[in-house]
Structure formats: structure tokens, C-alpha cells
Design a binder for this molecule. Structure first.
Ligand SMILES: NC(=O)c1ccc[n+]([C@@H]2O[C@H](COP(=O)([O-])OP(=O)(O)OC[C@H]3O[C@@H](n4cnc5c(N)ncnc54)[C@H](OP(=O)(O)O)[C@@H]3O)[C@@H](O)[C@H]2O)c1
Length: 361
């Protein structure tokens, strides 16, 4: 039986990417699309979003969360932080079967105090924070399966955590000195108008921003603490690069014990060997943004620096794929008991369907 799904905020970059994936997902029926900029009456999808002209006879509705909750079992919220936390308590009360996947930062942190520090606004539904599952399937599969609210991770956090958590879990990360140097394409900042994101400002430029003060740092630290059982401090420097999409994180991880490169590789291969969307690259091969663009894959390259006794972990994802919409669909599949890779293999390289059998889960 097909699952009924809806997207609130379908006009944004992550909402559009989600719509693209859901339109070809074999096990869902799209029952609601809503957007703030659609006023008064529903409008044909292809009129509001021309890339979907002729794709399906769906309409985009003026935003009405209660209507969305009535029609759907699963709702994706693709809204700026601060908006979802005003909507979620109302709609989950309205319909007890409803489950929510929130792409914003509103339900990622377990404490309202950490949220307020990171986002500089008061949390309006703190009672829901502890019950929300952090939606990183490779590390939180069981919690995601049964959660009513899944907080899809931030795009930078997805790359940093997929790269660093295997070492944290193995007790190999030192408590301090972890550095995440990451670059993002411009869709990572969303679609709203900002002068510093104009083509002429971004093109031919490379710049750091929010140095060691980015709002994704607390969720990285929270999840590292969760898997390792202790506090791991990190330095995080995000950069904007003139690409439409893609995240590239280079992680420098001082090690608590001496390792060989073969042992380092074995840790990652063993942990991620059965994962449908993580590819550990062969020795001497480094990830490229182009190889993951438009997919839900995360590519990881590894190098040991024996003199400094540190691991260098290179991670590439698509910020709109594994960093947002692709991961959200992976979470939905888990929540619904659908094979985890369903709907996510269409744009994958030929042959991957055999490797990542849909009957895995
Ligand atoms: N972009 C990424 O790579 C990425 C990755 C991971 C997570 N995220 C998170 O996902 C969420 C959406 O990101 P995005 O990049 O898709 O943003 P976006 O392109 O800026 O789109 C935002 C969407 O939210 C709607 N919206 C804006 N303000 C609203 C309000 N006050 N009330 C109701 N609707 C409102 C917009 O509606 P209209 O356009 O119709 O006005 C649009 O549909 C954000 O929380 C972001 O942090 C984004």
C-alpha cells in the first residue's frame, strides 16, 4: 500500500529536491504540496515550479498545515528554522497517525538551551525535543524507525558526522583537536534573497563565514558525545564556494592511539560495508563533489598522517541529496518499513541497484 505524503515549503531548494525524488518513488502518493507564496487558491505545480511542468497533475496549495495533516501520514517540513516548531505541536496533536520529518534545525538539539544558543531564538516547543530522533540513518536507525518526529540533520553536520563518528565510536578520537574544514555550494544557503549570495558576489570567490560559530556545531558535538559517551571539542570552519550544490569536508582527527592506515581503513570498511549510501573509496582516491551531485551517496577518502598521529578524512555529499532531501526520504523509508533505498537509486550509477539490493532491510 502506498504511503500518503506531503511537503510544506515545496518552493524552496530542499522542497523541490524532495518533490523530484517523491515523484518517482514507487511507494508513495503525494497528497499535499504547500507554500507560503501561493495565496488564496491552489495553483498547478508546473505553473509555480516550471521544472515540473507535465510531470504530474498536482497542485500547490496556500500553506495550511492542518489540511496537510488531514491528508497525509508523513509530512516533510522544508521551512526555515523557527517556523517548524510553531507548526509541529499543533499538527501532531490533530492526527495521531501523523509523523513528521523536519529539515530545519528546530528539533535536532536535545535541549532548548543549546537551541537558543545556536539559533538565537527561544524554542517554542521544548517538550518535544527529547522525543525527536536525530535523522542520521547510519547511526540512529532504530530510533528513526519508531519516532513521530525525525529531525533531519544539517548538511554540514551530515558530512562531518559520517566522517568522524566511526573514530568516535571506536574510542579513537582525542577529546580535543578535531578540525572540520568544509565547503558548501550556494544552494546550501536556501533560496531567499541575500546580497552576499548574488551571482556576482559569489562567482570567482571563496570565503569562510561564521568561523567556529556556525549553528551546525552543537549538533555535531551532541552526536559525537552520544556515540562516544564523552565530550569531543571541535573546530569548524565553513566556506562558501561558487558551486550550485555539494559539500566537501576535510576532517583532521588527532588519534588517541597509534594506528596504521590499513587499520584506519578497516574501521571504516567494517562499519560502513553494508550501508547502501556510503562509499569508502580505494586508497589514494579522493572524493569529488561531481561524483555525488544529484545522489544520496556520501563518498569518503582516508589517509593516515603517521608523524602527527592523525587521520585525515575527506567527505563529499550533495547538500540537497544526502544533506537534505535524499536523507529525508531515506528516513521516511525507515519510518514506514519500506526498503531503505527505495526511490533513491534512480539517479545512481549503473550497477548500483545490484550492489544495494532493495531487499536489504
Ligand atoms: N539548502 C540546503 O542545502 C539544506 C540542507 C539541509 C537542511 N536545510 C534546511 O531545510 C530548510 C529549508 O531549506 P531550503 O534551503 O529549502 O530553504 P529555501 O530555499 O529558502 O526555502 C524555504 C521554504 O520555506 C518557505 N518559507 C520561508 N519562510 C516561511 C515562513 N515564515 N512561513 C512559511 N513558509 C516559509 C518558503 O516559501 P516561499 O518560497 O513560498 O515563500 C520556501 O518554500 C531550512 O531550515 C534549512 O536550514 C537546507
Amino acid at each position: 500500500m502506498k504511503r500518503t505524503v506531503g511537503i510544506i515549503g515545496v518552493t524552496g531548494y530542499s522542497g523541490q529536491e524532495l518533490l523530484k525524488i517523491l515523484l518517482s518513488h514507487p511507494m508513495v502518493s503525494i497528497e499535499y504540496l504547500g507554500a507560503r507564496s501561493v495565496k488564496n487558491r491552489p495553483r498547478p505545480m508546473g505553473e509555480v515550479l516550471p521544472q515540473f511542468r507535465g510531470a504530474a497533475s498536482l497542485s500547490i496549495h496556500p500553506l495550511n498545515a492542518e489540511d496537510a495533516a488531514r491528508r497525509c501520514e508523513i509530512l516533510f517540513l522544508c521551512l526555515p528554522h523557527g517556523v517548524a516548531m510553531g507548526i509541529v505541536p499543533r499538527i501532531i496533536k490533530k492526527r495521531k497517525e501523523l509523523r513528521v520529518i523536519d529539515l530545519s534545525g528546530d528539533f535536532r538539539l536535545r535541549s532548548a538551551g543549546s537551541y537558543e544558543q545556536a539559533y538565537r531564538i527561544r524554542h517554542r516547543s521544548p517538550a518535544l525535543l527529547k522525543g525527536a530522533a536525530y535523522g542520521l540513518p547510519e547511526w540512529r536507525r532504530e530510533a528513526i524507525r519508531s519516532a513521530r518526529i525525525v529531525a533531519n540533520p544539517g548538511c554540514y553536520a551530515t558530512a562531518a558526522l559520517l566522517g568522524a563518528v566511526p573514530l568516535a565510536k571506536a574510542g579513537l578520537l582525542k577529546g580535543q583537536g578535531l578540525i572540520v574544514d568544509a565547503k558548501s555550494g550556494v544552494t546550501g544557503a536556501g533560496r531567499s534573497l541575500k546580497e552576499e549570495l548574488l551571482f556576482t558576489e559569489v562567482n570567482e570567490d571563496l570565503r569562510a563565514y561564521r568561523v567556529n560559530a556556525h549553528q551546525h556545531m552543537p549538533e555535531m558535538e551532541q552526536e559525537l558525545r552520544r556515540v562516544s559517551g564523552r565530550s569531543i571539542r571541535l573546530t569548524f570552519v565553513p566556506h562558501l564556494v561558487p558551486l550550485n550544490r555539494g559539500i566537501y569536508a576535510t576532517i583532521y582527527a588527532p588519534l588517541a592511539r597509534r594506528l596504521t592506515e590499513a587499520r584506519l581503513r578497516a574501521i571504516y570498511e567494517r562499519r560502513y560495508g553494508g550501508e547502501p549510501f556510503i562509499r569508502i573509496l580505494p586508497a589514494g582516491t579522493w572524493p569529488e563533489v561531481k561524483s555525488v551531485a544529484g545522489t544520496n551517496f556520501c563518498d569518503i577518502g582516508l589517509r593516515l598522517d603517521p608523524k602527527g598521529n592523525q587521520a585525515i578524512i575527506l567527505v563529499a555529499i550533495d547538500n540537497l541529496g544526502k544533506g537534505a532531501a535524499g536523507q529525508a526520504v531515506q528516513n521516511m523509508n525507515l519510518m514506514c518499513g519500506i526498503p531503505e533505498a527505495a526511490g533513491l537509486l534512480a539517479c545512481h550509477p549503473r550497477g548500483s541497484e545490484d550492489r544495494f539490493s532493495l531487499s536489504r532491510e
